[in-house]
Design a protein around this ligand. Structure first.
Ligand code: B12
Length: 225
């Protein structure tokens, strides 16, 4: 990994926003692309922070500071990401984070990537109830419902959403995709979702494929790892 990306990971781990933004300028000047800066720098720092939190080496304040530094970095990089986007309407996506879950960094990255690549995105933010997904899916004429979950406890609501769509006779109307830290391809298959991707970039490919193939909601999900 390049030296500046390692330093970015350290600055995110330290929750040092000014240093992070300074290093982002350096990385951009070196010609490193925004996605690489986010994934090889920022996400690496946040993953280390998550591990340290697990080991009780850091606490909630440190997680919050790391999260804030990451958000500032993404905000700075969005204009650069927009330059690489592909125009042309590709579909309507309704996105949110499952009920009880307040993690919105990954969710916003997926929303941003989709919108700069031609999807009309309605971002419901965090802590979205199953009822709200259902109401908004009708209102926004969504093609795809995307549910992010970073907590094992909130992942349960991804399953509940699919069950509710079935009960309401709406399952064939929407493609449901899932993602977030604890979400795996096995979980995606178990709950009968239509797709999963490990990253925001791959979510663009996943949504494009769902819009162009006539995947039956009962068939195997599309997995982008
Ligand atoms: C930053 C952070 C926070 C911040 C969040 C700030 C914010 N605005 O988001 C704060 C401080 C608020 C926080 C709080 C908590 N957190 Co926290 N947090 C993290 C941390 C360190 C980073 C998360 C992150 O942003 N990652 C970077 C992004 C880019 O990655 P991502 O979200 O996975 O998204 C990518 C992909 O997954 C994918 N993707 C994401 N969503 C979707 C959706 C779709 C449809 C698709 C296709 C793809 C996709 O694309 C994204 C971009 O490539 C993680 C550790 C970790 N390893 O993730 C813990 C972590 C998620 N948190 C954890 C915990 C326990 C908590 C708390 C319960 C702590 C507490 N005791 O209060 C609370 C819960 C609050 C709540 N109700 O939600 C645990 C969860 C354990 C679990 N499996 O349940 C983790 C894993 C830490 C740990 N190792 O213990 N947290």
């Amino acid at each position: 990994m390049s030296d500046v990306l390692m330093k970015i990971a350290d600055a995110i781990y330290d929750g040092d926003e000014p240093r992070t933004l300074e290093l982002v300028d350096e990385a951009v000047a070196e010609g490193i692309g925004p996605e690489e800066i986010i994934n090889q720098g920022g996400v690496v720092g946040l993953e280390r922070l998550g591990e340290a939190f697990d080991e009780l080496e850091v606490f909630l304040t440190e997680l919050m500071m790391g999260g804030e530094a990451m958000k500032a970095m993404i905000e700075k990089l969005v204009p650069l990401m927009e330059q690489g986007g592909q125009k042309g309407f590709k579909g309507n996506v309704l996105i949110g984070c499952a009920k009880g879950d307040l993690h919105d960094i990954g969710l916003n990255l997926v929303a941003t990537q989709l919108s700069i690549n031609g999807f009309r995105v309605t971002n419901l933010g965090t802590d979205v109830s199953v009822n709200k997904y259902l109401d908004k899916a009708v209102e926004t004429e969504a093609d795809i419902i995307a549910v992010s979950s970073l907590l094992t406890t909130s992942a349960y609501y991804q399953e509940e959403l699919i069950q509710r769509l079935e009960v309401e006779g709406l399952r064939d109307k929407y493609k449901v995709i899932v993602g977030g830290g604890p979400i795996t391809p096995d979980w995606t298959r178990k709950i009968g979702a239509d797709g999963y991707s490990r990253t925001a970039n791959l979510a663009v490919q996943l949504c494009k494929e769902l819009m162009t193939t006539d995947k039956d909601t009962a068939s195997e999900p599309l997995i982008y790892e």
